[in-house]
Write a protein of this length. Structure first.
Length: 359
């Protein structure tokens, strides 16, 4: 039970900071689910509502573009408007689901800084209209650039975002694998040090960003985007522990001062997930596993209703197939499967049934 009861709905600003603190104090983390459509988004909200668990909804730039529609000619506008549209959808419906919802955007590398800036501009507009930001937080992932550029740009954007009560997520060290064309290859032969965050870099980030506003750090401890064959990934959560310890010691802070984010959570060993949560991870991204869960029921559905995918009416007895090919039928099967997979994610992260929302 949390000591921080909140009104259900989107949480930003102080309520977001309290939710992060509640997760860390309670020893659990929230799943951050990548969504690309109102269907995947609603499936995530449904899973949270049914299990009485709080959730983070996030969109990558590609997910946002898909949300706006692949037919929109201007890719950049689609990435901006899709992200705005999804966030407005969540603001409209979240309270009815009865749980707390964080809205966030995923990886934005150097080329996507204008995307984040355009979203902050929409956030400022939303703030003027409602008194709160459109998004709880944005991620800026400049881990492929040098640390000076990474922290300089992160500080510049956090300074602007903090004025409308937003938080920022930065990345130090490179998450392996690839997501939406953003990310690094896992090259066994290459120097692997970038795949593991250096505690000294985390300290530098802490010192630079703490005076400006609320932030979280996606740290690399061998995690990769996507699911690979076992043995390919060596998770070393002690890297997170070492980063926390260095800051505790140098800055004389309380236990686990950093808000840490676990990218590439799909396919991870449960024991390593628990260990990472112990070291201050409050958010674990999940995309690949929920994509698979969403797509999986289709095969069986099509096999059981083959005729309905070939004809509008049964060629022999003339029975209409409408109720089988209606997209709501098979899309619903996908949503239910994705929601079931998220039930497992809440369980793994210890957040099952732990909503801080009180009507
Ligand atoms: Zn990631």
């Amino acid at each position: 039970m949390s000591s921080t009861p909140m009104r259900p709905g989107v949480v930003t600003g102080e309520r977001y900071r309290d939710l992060v603190a509640a997760a860390k104090d309670g020893g659990y983390a929230l799943p951050a689910v990548n969504v690309t459509s109102s269907s995947t988004l609603n499936a995530a909200l449904e899973a949270a509502a049914k299990t009485r668990s709080d959730i983070i909804i996030q969109l990558s730039n590609g997910g946002a573009q898909f949300y706006a529609g692949k037919g929109m000619e201007d890719d950049f506008q689609a990435k901006v408007l899709g992200a705005v549209s999804a966030a407005r959808h969540v603001h409209l419906v979240a309270e009815q689901y009865g749980i707390c919802v964080v809205i966030h955007t995923d990886h934005a590398n150097r080329a996507l800084i204008p995307w984040v800036e355009a979203l902050v501009e929409h956030g400022e507009q939303f703030y003027r209209e409602t008194g709160g930001p459109l998004y709880s937080s944005h991620m800026l992932d400049l881990s492929a650039d040098d640390i000076e550029f990474n922290l300089g740009e992160s500080a510049r954007l956090l300074d602007r975002m903090a004025k409308i009560d937003m938080s920022i997520e930065i990345e130090l060290g490179v998450t392996g694998g690839e997501e939406d064309g953003v990310g690094a290859d896992i090259d066994e032969s290459a120097d692997n040090s970038k795949l593991y965050t250096q505690p000294e870099d985390v300290l530098q980030a802490y010192e630079k960003l703490t005076p400006l506003g609320h932030f979280s750090v996606a740290a690399s401890f061998g995690n990769v985007h996507g699911v690979y064959k076992p043995g390919n990934v060596k998770l070393r959560p002690e890297i997170l522990k070492n980063s926390q310890a260095l800051i505790e010691q140098k800055q004389n802070t309380a236990h686990n001062p950093l808000n840490l984010v676990f990218h590439g959570g799909s396919g991870s060993e449960k024991a390593k997930i628990h260990e990472a949560v112990d070291y201050g991870v409050f958010k674990m991204n999940i995309d690949t596993d929920t994509q698979f869960a969403y797509s999986k029921p289709l095969k069986q559905y099509v096999e059981e209703n083959t005729g309905a995918f070939l004809h509008q009416i049964d060629p022999e007895d003339g029975t209409p197939y409408k109720k089988f090919y209606d997209p709501r039928k098979w899309v619903r099967a996908c949503e239910e499967s994705m929601a079931a997979r998220l039930h497992e994610a809440f369980e793994d992260l210890g957040s099952l049934g732990k909503t801080v929302a009180r009507a």
